[in-house]
Design a protein around this ligand. Structure first.
Ligand SMILES: NC(=O)c1ccc[n+]([C@@H]2O[C@H](COP(=O)([O-])OP(=O)(O)OC[C@H]3O[C@@H](n4cnc5c(N)ncnc54)[C@H](OP(=O)(O)O)[C@@H]3O)[C@@H](O)[C@H]2O)c1
Length: 286
């Protein structure tokens, strides 16, 4: 029998990437639910869907991802990223479903200067990071059959992200200021989607917490520079500091993730961030 897979938050960028790649997985039966069709903050609506289908896997792409707004909407952020995730963990346990959940580099405070491993202690410095950490903790407490993938700086041809913002701003402005003192690893959401589908296809049972990002590190300024270089766009790009470019939410200054465990236990291939950016830009019409 085909394995059945629920995808929540299916209209977000990761959900869309999974939907696109799902066409290559005829052996899997996918059910995609947008936020309108399944609001994970409602336990009863989620339960009704779990009750109706016997899912082998639930991929949770649903999240409150507005990092700055979360500072003013703490309850909303926790309702989705913590309580909503708790609902999925309870239901996954009750219905014998493996839960694949996505978390973030923003659970870390960014004070390290070498890549973060899964055993490093989280210490979020903003509401979004705290809400995502709470979600992780619920899963760990309630379930054994889970994969949590912490990832960083996600972008794709779908949804809102840094790549699309830079391409848009380059058409609207002569000059762009981008911070060059926050360091991380840009990650193509389609590469993460591939990792998730590989785990399901192979019925991997090395459950637990994993870090997955593209290979290499850069600043947001370096990321912008590479986008414009690859697209051959002339724009006056200027480096600035976090001190000069204040945002509502604080961001970790360094959030590179160590991928060794994913490489070893899941056999994933970590593409370089520049190569993955090329793959994404080939598909973007902007
Ligand atoms: N984006 C990044 O840079 C980044 C970095 C690290 C980790 N992550 C994590 O990666 C995952 C995927 O991120 P993404 O960039 O694909 O996010 P995204 O594009 O913002 O998509 C999130 C989706 O979740 C949906 N959603 C929000 N509240 C919901 C609810 N109560 N019930 C069901 N669905 C709900 C949203 O629907 P509506 O649009 O209708 O609200 C949206 O379609 C998230 O867990 C995120 O925390 C992202």
């Amino acid at each position: 029998m085909k394995k059945s897979v629920l995808v929540t938050g299916a209209n977000g960028q990761l959900g869309k990437c999974i939907e696109e790649l799902s066409l290559n997985f005829e052996e899997l039966n996918f059910i995609f639910k947008s936020s309108k069709e399944l609001d994970i903050t409602s336990f009863n609506s989620a339960k009704a869907i779990f009750e109706k289908h016997q899912f082998n896997y639930c991929i949770n792409c649903a999240a409150y991802t507005a990092v700055d707004l979360a500072e003013d909407e703490k309850e909303k952020a926790f309702a989705v990223n913590a309580e909503g995730v708790k609902h999925l963990a309870i239901l996954s346990k009750d219905y014998n479903t493996s839960l694949i959940h996505i978390s973030t580099d923003f659970v870390f405070d960014g004070l390290k200067n070498t890549p973060y491993t899964e055993t490093d202690s989280p210490n979020p410095i903003n509401v979004y990071g705290a809400s995502k950490l709470q979600g992780e903790q619920y899963i760990k407490e309630l379930l054994d059959t889970y994969f949590i993938f912490r990832t960083s700086w996600l972008y794709s041809e779908y949804g809102n992200n840094f790549v699309k913002t830079m391409l848009r701003l380059s058409k609207e402005r002569q000059e762009l200021n981008v911070v060059n003192d926050q360091i991380g690893s840009p990650t193509y959401a389609k590469d993460l989607a591939e990792v998730i589908l590989k785990v399901i296809k192979e019925d991997n049972t090395n459950y637990g917490m994993y870090h997955f990002s593209n290979k290499g590190e850069t600043s947001w300024f370096g990321f912008a520079q590479e986008i414009f270089k690859q697209k051959n766009i002339q724009v006056n790009l200027l480096p600035t500091t976090s001190e000069n470019y204040k945002t509502k939410a604080k961001r970790p200054m360094f959030s590179v993730l160590d991928n060794s465990k994913s490489l070893k236990k899941l056999g994933v291939i970590q593409k370089s961030w520049k190569k993955s950016l090329t793959n994404c830009l080939k598909l973007s019409n902007s």
